[in-house]
Each structure stands twice: as structure tokens, then as C-alpha cells.
Design a protein around this ligand. Structure first.
Ligand code: FAD
Length: 536
């Protein structure tokens, strides 16, 4: 469905549910509701995943770190949280196998006492996963540890503990959620912000929105309105009630990306205790090395800044654990994301706030869902839709179907199809593998489009090709250069200089698809360049 048709539908129809926010939570809700046969609308102020959801550590996990808290405090609630997240991990790996994959991780051991401590924790992790386990944890000798992760500092190493979690491409998964919801009948629009809420007799009955490409504001009406705006949730809550006390405490997490040579292609590292007692990951990700994350108090904002001190903090820990030197010049990209943690006034440390989600309804009926994590987006969505259906007394209320619902690209995905794409379309092997992984069973359509003169790489050394820009505009609802460079492809998150190199051609291709005049092209290019030169 094209954008104009969606706008017409949003103006005309009365919906069962209007979702505000197209991150993992909001897009997940739209899919869950649409798959139950409900009439659902979603508006996203910028782009799918442009908030926190494209800025995660890319792990699908039960949370080894939360398990530690569960054991220390014998907290049954935390155990249940880890177990539920491990079930969701399995659902995600099943429903989007092209975008999510199992990842072995090693905890390097330098102190004898750490061995029994972490070994026990990982055995509990395996047991909690039960049938959803994706690999059994085990001890590795120092030699085995170094064979699997050769970049590690060998001095003092007494071994490692190997365990398994999932890894994924968060932004593409977010887009896949939105596209799958549309296939099930949802009306979804990105670059469209809620500017106010509409009330009848004190009850919320819809929202006023403004689209970046459309003239003026218009109304969307719905039986239930769900606020899924992540770190910005309190802003929407104050549109409902200017006196509403904040429910979130926002914390910022910075990541850096280095060349692929700093990690093996198939194994990550969990550094169990940083200098401030946190957990840090060093992960292979899309042929690069991702290190994160920090955790510091932040104000809710659309473009969280990256602090030079936080980059240095991450590099300092990398230096402690790496055998070879690593410095600021090795950083190819950095970004920060904001954790929408639900506030608990009795806790002062954001690393210890609950990662569980909370659903709240205001006296006028605004439903707000916040907290949780990417891994549990599906369960959060199911709970939110159950809540909305209950609130509005909507019939029929079919149960959620999303636990067994493949996302776009998943149904006929074949991990071995890359070789065929390479032969049939004359693609380089890295391009063929990337297309297969990123687009799943749609990869062949991308390869075909590429064969129509759109096979050139967008930036040297990266597998992204011009056909993906055209596809992003035609099929994946991309509206701006950053939608393409940051979230349909991931160049901006991997290599900011390469993204700047690709920008003019991306603008040219988008201009052709979206009918931009020269003035529009210049302003789009300038806006994207400024973002790419600073924090994404
Ligand atoms: C540094 C970091 C690392 C993380 N790592 C992991 C991890 O490895 N694994 C994991 O499971 N979880 C992880 N998480 C948690 C996970 O990323 C978040 O819980 C999740 O992405 C939150 O999604 P959301 O949809 O609630 O929020 P968001 O993704 O922020 O989405 C909210 C959306 O609402 C939109 N919006 C706001 N206001 C309006 C408006 N007025 N009108 C319309 N739209 C609006 C925003 O533009 C935004 O796109 C991490 C979080 C952070 C910060």
C-alpha cells in the first residue's frame, strides 16, 4: 500500500487500536493486534527503530546479568523474567531465522574463584532455558579459549566459560515487524508524529498527528490508544495529563564499532565485571566488532549524544582484555541508545532497575507500555493487546498468534541460498550472503533488481548495493537517506565515514523514487550529513 492510500485510510477509518511509536514495542503491538484480526493503526514520529530499537547491543538474551541478581537475592520474580525471556529468545530465532541467529559467547577467566561462580550461574541459565536452550555451557581450557577468541590477553588466563545466546539485526527486525503487520492489514505510517490527544467526555478517543510529507494535521480515531514511545513515554503522558508524574528513568548506553579483526567472526566475549561492576560485551556483528555498553543517567531526547569519555571507557576495557593495542582511531562508528526503564523510587542505581515491562492506564484511558527489552517485545505486545481488548470490550478477541508467526522473509528462508544467488546473479560472495541474511526469502528479488543496473556497492568494502536503496523506498517504507543508511542497511552503524561516502548516491536514488526536486535533495543530503558526522 502506498503512503497516500495509508493516509486516506488513517483519516477515514475508526480503529480498534491506535499505537503511538514504531519501535520494537509499538511495531510488535501492531503485528499482534493485526494478526488477531483487529483494526490497528500505528504512527511513528521518525522511522521504525529510530529511537532505542536500532541502538541495542543486538543480543537476544535471557540476561545472564539479571540471573546473577536473581541468585544473589533469591528473587523468584527475576528467575521468571529470565526464563520467560529465554522462551522469547527461542520464538525470535524461530520466527525470523534470517535476521536472528545463535551466538556462542565466552566469559574469560583470570581469577580461580570466578570459575565455580560463573559456571554455576551458567548451569542455572541452561536449566531455566529448558527445551528452549540453544547450546550447553561448558568450561574451556586456556588454549581452547584462545583458539576461539585469539584476540584475548593470554597473560593470567586460566580458561573460559562458553555459553549461548542469540544475536540479531535489530533495525531490520523492527522494519520486518512493521511490514508483517501491514501484510496482516495494519495501517502504518512512519515520519508522522502525534502532536496531541483527542478526548470526548474526558476519555481518550484518538490523536492528532502531523506527517512529514503531508500538509497540516489530521485526526486518527480509535477505541484504544497505546503509548509505546519508549524513552519519550512521559511526553505523551503529559499530553494526556500535564500533571502526570514521570514513570521512567532513562539511562544512556554507548556502543563503539571497530574493524572485524578485533573479534572472531562467530564468537563473542562477555566481560563479567567492569571497573564500575557492570557487564560489557565484545561481539562480532555484521563483519565488524561491537563493544558495549555504558550505563549513565540521561535526559529523554530524540538524538542521544555520544560522550567522548564513554568511548574512552569502552576502549580502556578493550585494552585490558585485548592482546593487541586499540585506540580512538580504530573506532569506525559510535552511537548511544536510551533505556526506557520503569522508575522505582526506592532504587537509585539504574543498572538495578527492573527490566520487566509495565502497562499503565491513565484515568482518561491512555494505555502506556514501557520497560522490558527487545528480546521480550512479542510478550510485551501480546500483553498490551490483551489489555486494550479488555479495556474496549472489543470482539472477537482471538488469542495472540505471534508466537508461531513467521516475519516477512522468514517463511522460505534457506541459509544456503547465498551460493545460488552468487552463481545465478554473478554477485560477490559477501554481497550474496548479506542479501540472503538481510532479506531472507526476498533476497532473490533484490538480486534481480540489482541485475537491472543496480549492482554497484554503495561504499567500498561493504556488501550493500544500490538495489537496496530502491527496494527500501519501494517496499520498506524508507523516506529519508538515514532510513536507508542507518536502518534498511546498517552502514551508518558500522562505519560512519563509509555512510558519508555513500550519501550522495543514496540521495540520488531516493530522489528518483520519491520525486524530490533539487532543493529537496540538497536539504535531505545536508540533514543526513550533519547526523552522520555526529552521533547517528
Ligand atoms: C544501549 C542499549 C542496549 C540494549 N541492548 C539490548 C539487547 O542487547 N537486547 C535486548 O533485548 N534489549 C536491549 N535493549 C533494550 C531495547 O533496545 C529496548 O527495550 C527496546 O528497543 C525499546 O523499544 P521501544 O519500542 O519501547 O522504544 P523505542 O525503540 O525508543 O521506540 C519508541 C518510538 O516512539 C517514537 N515516538 C516518540 N514520540 C512519538 C510521537 N509523539 N509520535 C509518534 N512516534 C513517537 C520514537 O520515534 C521511537 O521510534 C537495549 C537498550 C539500550 C538503550
Amino acid at each position: 500500500m502506498d503512503r497516500e492510500e495509508t493516509v486516506r485510510r488513517l483519516k477515514r477509518d475508526h480503529f480498534d487500536i491506535l499505537v503511538i511509536g514504531g519501535g520494537s514495542t509499538g511495531s510488535g503491538i501492531a503485528l499482534d493486534a493485526a494478526a488477531r484480526g483487529l483494526k490497528v493503526a500505528l504512527v511513528e514520529m521518525e522511522d521504525f527503530g529510530s529511537g532505542t530499537s536500532a541502538r541495542s547491543t543486538k543480543l537476544i538474551h535471557g540476561g545472564v546479568r539479571y540471573l546473577e541478581q536473581a541468585v544473589m537475592r533469591l528473587d523468584r520474580g527475576q528467575f521468571n523474567l529470565v526464563r520467560d525471556a529465554l522462551r522469547e529468545r527461542a520464538a525470535l530465532l524461530r520466527n525470523a531465522p534470517h535476521l536472528a541467529w545463535p551466538l556462542p559467547l565466552i566469559i574469560p577467566l583470570y581469577r580461580p574463584l570466578h570459575l565455580p561462580y560463573y559456571w554455576f550461574g551458567l548451569k542455572v541459565y541452561d536449566a531455566l532455558a529448558g527445551k528452549a536452550n540453544i547450546g550447553t555451557s561448558r568450561y574451556l581450557s586456556p588454549a581452547e579459549t584462545l583458539r576461539r577468541f585469539p584476540m584475548l590477553q593470554p597473560r593470567g588466563l586460566i580458561g573460559g566459560l562458553l555459553f549461548y545466546d542469540g544475536q540479531f539485526d535489530d533495525a531490520r527486525l523492527n522494519v520486518a515487524l512493521a511490514l508483517t503487520a501491514i501484510e496482516h492489514g495494519a495501517a502504518i505510517l512512519n515520519h508522522t508524529a502525534v502532536t496531541d490527544l483527542i478526548k470526548d467526555d474526558g476519555r481518550i478517543v484518538g490523536a492528532i498527528v502531523r506527517g512529514a510529507r503531508e500538509q497540516g494535521e489530521w485526526e486518527i480515531r480509535a477505541a484504544s490508544v497505546i503509548n509505546a514511545t519508549g524513552p519519550l513515554s512521559d511526553q505523551i503522558r503529559t499530553l494526556d495529563d500535564p500533571q502526570a508524574p514521570p514513570m521512567l528513568r532513562v539511562s544512556s548506553g554507548t556502543h563503539i564499532v571497530l574493524d572485524g579483526k578485533f573479534s572472531p567472526p562467530d564468537t563473542g566475549l562477555l566481560i563479567p565485571k567492569t571497573e564500575d561492576g557492570r557487564v560489557l560485551f565484545v561481539l562480532p556483528w555484521l563483519s565488524h566488532t561491537l563493544i558495549g555498553t555504558t550505563d549513565s543517567y540521561a535526559e529523554p531526547t530524540r538524538e542521544p549524544p555520544v560522550d567522548a569519555g564513554e568511548i574512552e571507557y569502552l576502549l580502556r576495557h578493550a585494552r585490558t582484555y585485548f592482546a593487541d593495542p586499540v585506540g580512538t582511531d580504530d573506532v569506525k562508528a559510535s552511537w548511544a541508545g536510551l533505556r526506557p526503564l520503569v522508575a522505582d523510587p526506592s532504587q537509585s542505581d539504574s543498572a538495578r532497575l527492573s527490566r520487566d515491562h509495565v502497562i499503565m492506564e491513565s484515568p482518561s484511558g491512555l494505555i502506556t507500555i514501557a520497560g522490558g527489552k527487545w528480546t521480550t517485545y512479542r510478550k510485551m505486545a501480546e500483553d498490551a493487546v490483551d489489555y486494550a481488548v479488555d479495556q474496549a470490550g472489543t470482539e472477537p478477541s482471538a488469542p495472540s498468534r505471534t508466537a508461531q508467526l513467521p516475519l516477512v522473509g522468514a517463511a522460505n528462508y534457506n541459509p544456503n541460498h547465498a551460493a545460488l544467488l552468487q552463481t545465478n546473479y554473478g554477485l560477490d560472495s559477501d554481497v550474496a550472503s548479506h542479501l540472503n541474511r538481510s532479506y531472507g526469502d526476498r533476497a532473490e528479488q533484490l538480486a534481480k533488481l540489482g541485475s537491472e543496473g543496480l549492482n554497484a556497492r554503495l561504499a567500498a568494502g561493504h556488501p550493500y548495493i544500490e538495489a537496496e536503496v530502491v527496494w527500501a523506498a519501494r517496499v520498506e517504507l524508507a523516506q529519508t537517506p538515514l532510513d536507508v543508511l542507518a536502518r534498511r542497511t546498517r552502514i551508518a552503524f558500522l562505519d560512519q565515514a563509509a555512510a558519508i561516502e555513500a550519501l550522495p548516491r543514496v540521495v540520488e536514488l531516493l530522489a528518483n523514487e520519491l520525486s524530490w526536486d533539487a532543493e529537496r535533495q540538497n536539504s535531505e543530503q545536508e540533514q543526513a550529513r550533519i547526523r552522520l558526522e555526529h552521533a547517528i
